[in-house]
Design a protein around this ligand. Structure first.
Ligand code: ADP
Length: 262
């Protein structure tokens, strides 16, 4: 009986070690795959604005005095937009280590929502590769939030990017801002709603995780690297705010940012 028990214990230990080894290898593999996906996608994301800005500077260098001056301005605008886009991407990459960055500081100021949303919506309409409709409703019209202008712009830009990306043939998006009250606190709520592909219920708890992308269907068709929503969540929490999402597959998604009114 003693030998049997000892053999059983040894077998159990061996079985457990084997299971642990396999689990570690599999986890490592998914991590490696995620890293490789990330490097491929981020390289693509960085290369595109660089190539566009490069082409625009090339055109500027070949610009002749006799050419139409509005053309020159358009090229300069393209350069500026692409640099802005690059700076947003760099912010997101940095956000990966943001939780640990002690030197990280927000530059808070009173920001009029209309001031950042109106141009942002125009940019998203212009750069979209499909028909896009974006409505904007701000009540009251001069509504402000205390926020870091750059990071708030990047957060909203990410939500708009996704709303366009995850809508199929055409995007129908509504942005709305309003004041709301809960437990005697006043909040500013910013909602970005789309009528796109939506998100399956089982994926919802993960979409704010670093590198997470909904695994089926859109993974390789729609470009991305799973950092946008992680950045938005990290940032809104740095502002003392929250982000929530409601979604129905095939019907659309709604992302709600909430900031305490000071
Ligand atoms: P990505 O770079 O993949 O877009 P995000 O962090 O911005 O990364 O989003 C994580 C995942 O959440 C996306 O890969 C996508 O599957 C899903 N997602 C985000 N926004 C939307 C949306 N508006 N509609 C449908 N799915 C979305």
């Amino acid at each position: 009986a003693g030998i049997l028990t000892t053999s059983l214990i040894i077998l159990l230990i061996l079985g457990f070690s084997f299971w642990y080894l396999i689990r570690t290898i599999l986890r490592q593999k998914t991590l490696e795959e995620m890293k490789s996906d990330f490097t491929n996608n981020i390289t693509h994301e960085l290369k595109t604005p660089i190539a566009v800005a490069y082409a625009a500077t090339d055109a500027l260098l070949n610009f002749h005095q006799a050419d139409n001056p509005t053309k020159r301005e358009r090229y300069l605008r393209i350069c500026q937009e692409q640099l802005q886009h690059l700076s947003g991407l760099v912010e997101q990459i940095l956000s990966m280590s943001m939780e640990r960055r002690k030197t990280f500081r927000l530059h808070l100021e009173e920001v009029r929502l209309k001031e950042i949303l109106a141009p942002l919506i125009e940019q998203h309409k212009l750069k979209a590769d499909k028909p896009v409709r974006i409505s904007l409703q701000i009540t009251p019209e001069e509504l402000t939030v205390t926020a870091d202008r750059t990071h708030l712009t990047n957060m909203l830009s990410n939500l708009l990017d996704n709303a366009v990306k995850y809508s199929l043939e055409h995007a129908d998006i509504a942005v709305s801002c309003r004041l709301c009250q809960e437990n005697e606190e006043t909040y500013t709520e910013i909602c970005v709603s789309d009528c796109g592909i939506g998100i399956a219920r089982e994926c919802l708890p993960h979409i704010f995780d670093k590198f997470y992308r909904v695994p089926t269907g859109n993974r390789h068709e729609v470009k991305g690297y799973g950092l946008g929503l992680f950045y938005v969540k990290t940032m809104i929490e740095k502002h003392g705010g929250t982000i929530r999402v409601t979604s129905e597959p095939g019907k659309g998604s709604r992302f709600i940012l909430r900031l305490k009114k000071t």
